[in-house]
Design a protein around this ligand. Structure first.
Ligand code: 5AD
Ligand code: SF4
Length: 445
């Protein structure tokens, strides 16, 4: 069946959470295109609404149920409207969603998106459709090639999914399953296709992306080899990857940061805590010291790399002294940009069963940590003033005549520049810094 034989129907996807969900939403839209669906910008007037959910944050399931409640009015207006829940909440809650919210027609877990057309057809016939399997077949194979439309200059590309690490606080190993890497040839083909369609920068995605081990043309390839091969694609100017575990930062990957010019000087490497006691309780399998020495090695390979990370405060058992170890680690690393969270229990994870730190203590620690991280971010932004950086222009700025792009270090940069530079990289001299963006002018040469 092709879209030319089906009436056009409108699909609205609301995406929550991480970049992998952004990527998955694009692929779901592509999977449903042959069923006659076109993407719509709003839920009003849609024939199918999918909530692509995230389970990492607190009360994720409750938030999905209240969002579903808000869709009730739309279903009353249009009885043909079908509503689906995808993503990690779908995986975690399963048929509980269908039981609790009769509004929902289909539930699909992250490993089953290639089965969406089938599920949608079943829902259209009035059945409730559920698929939260971890199927043997490769969903990316079945999702097929991406539609060949021209697109913006940056793209995400999932190369690995799932996680075998089982950090004591985290639902990912349960919702996304065991680590699976896509074959290198598939990744390269998808990257070439993206580049032909205008993409200049690709961010490789995986829950544990630096654990990538995919089948290559001459045996197993790690992430470093994959990056080197991707960098050789003509027109692919920038590569990034996220997110990584310290224990999978192998020597050849560290070396690639010094040797592959396309690999951008920004690395998100979560440590979660600076206390060895807490790291052990989190089942992180590394120490604060081993993380610090790892960063030394990364910086030896790429001195200007901007470090990013994730932190959890108030993990069960965390004392004031443990928290101060986290502050000390942050001071020693000097981050450019970080994410930090209060610990919140996820049902089914080991830490959820433990005695919790009081809410006020968590809030107070988070505020202290965030103040320090904000200071470091400002320092990193200020340090860019007077430097010349590469900027990939992505869109028009708020001011007329202005474009906005991202620096090599992933900072937003506002520049007066002609529209012809959209989708292209230019050298920019940074003239001013704000906490979340930079301003600059095009370099003379
Ligand atoms: N509570 C708080 N933060 C969490 N994260 C993951 N699980 C939890 C939890 N239960 C954070 C971690 C992780 C990021 C994606 O979300 O810092 O690196
Ligand atoms: Fe979760 Fe990351 Fe730990 Fe895996 S490595 S369990 S995704 S926090």
């Amino acid at each position: 069946m092709t879209s030319s034989t089906s009436p056009t129907r409108k699909l609205f996807i609301k995406t929550y959470g991480c970049q992998m969900n952004v990527y998955d939403s694009e692929r779901m839209a592509e999977a449903l295109a042959p069923s006659g669906y076109e993407i719509a910008d709003s839920a009003e007037g849609a024939d199918l609404i999918l909530l692509n959910t995230c389970h990492i944050r607190e009360k994720a399931a409750e938030k999905v149920y209240s969002e579903l409640g808000r869709l009730k009015a739309l279903k009353a207006e249009n009885p043909d409207l079908k509503i689906g829940v995808a993503g990690c909440v779908a995986q975690a809650e399963g048929d509980e969603i269908l039981r609790r919210q009769p509004l929902v027609d289909l539930v699909v877990g992250p490993q089953s998106y290639h089965r969406l057309p089938e599920l949608e057809a079943r829902a259209r016939q009035g059945a409730k459709a559920l698929d939260t399997d971890f199927p043997e077949e490769d969903k990316f194979d079945r999702l097929g090639g991406r539609a060949r439309a021209r697109r913006g200059p940056t793209a995400f590309l999932t190369v690995q999914e799932g996680c075998d690490k089982f950090c004591a606080f985290c639902v990912v190993p349960y919702t996304r399953g065991a680590e699976v890497s896509r074959p290198a040839e598939k990744v390269l083909a998808e990257a070439r296709d993206l580049v032909e369609r205008g993409v200049r920068e690709i961010t490789l995605l995986g829950q544990n992306v630096n654990a990538y081990h995919g089948a290559g043309t001459d045996g197993d390839w790690g992430l470093a080899r994959l990056i080197r091969e991707l960098a050789a694609i003509d027109g692919l100017d920038r590569l990034r990857y996220t997110t990584s575990h310290p224990n999978d930062m192998e020597d050849d990957l560290i070396a690639a940061h010094g040797e592959v010019p396309e690999l951008m000087p920004y690395l998100h490497l979560p440590v979660q805590s600076g206390s060895d006691r807490v790291l052990k309780a989190m089942n992180r399998k590394h120490t604060a010291e081993s993380y610090l020495r790892l960063i030394d090695r990364i910086r030896a390979a790429r001195p200007d790399i901007l470090m990013s990370g994730d932190f959890i405060v108030g993990f069960p058992g965390e004392t004031e002294a443990d928290f101060e170890d986290t502050l000390a680690l942050v001071r020693e690393v000097g981050y450019g940009q970080c994410y930090s969270f209060k610990y919140s229990p996820r049902p089914g994870t080991p830490a959820a069963e433990r005695a919790h730190v009081a809410e006020e203590v968590k809030a107070e620690r988070l505020a202290r940590l965030q103040a320090l991280l904000a200071e470091q971010q400002e320092d990193a932004q200020q340090a860019m003033v007077g430097k010349s950086v590469g900027v990939l222009f992505e869109k028009a700025g708020r001011m007329p005549g202005q474009l906005v792009g991202k620096s090599d270090h992933l900072q937003a940069v506002h520049v007066e520049a002609p529209e012809t530079l959209l989708g292209r990289i230019a050298r920019v001299d940074i003239t001013a810094a704000a906490p979340n963006s930079l301003a600059g002018r095009l370099s003379a040469k």
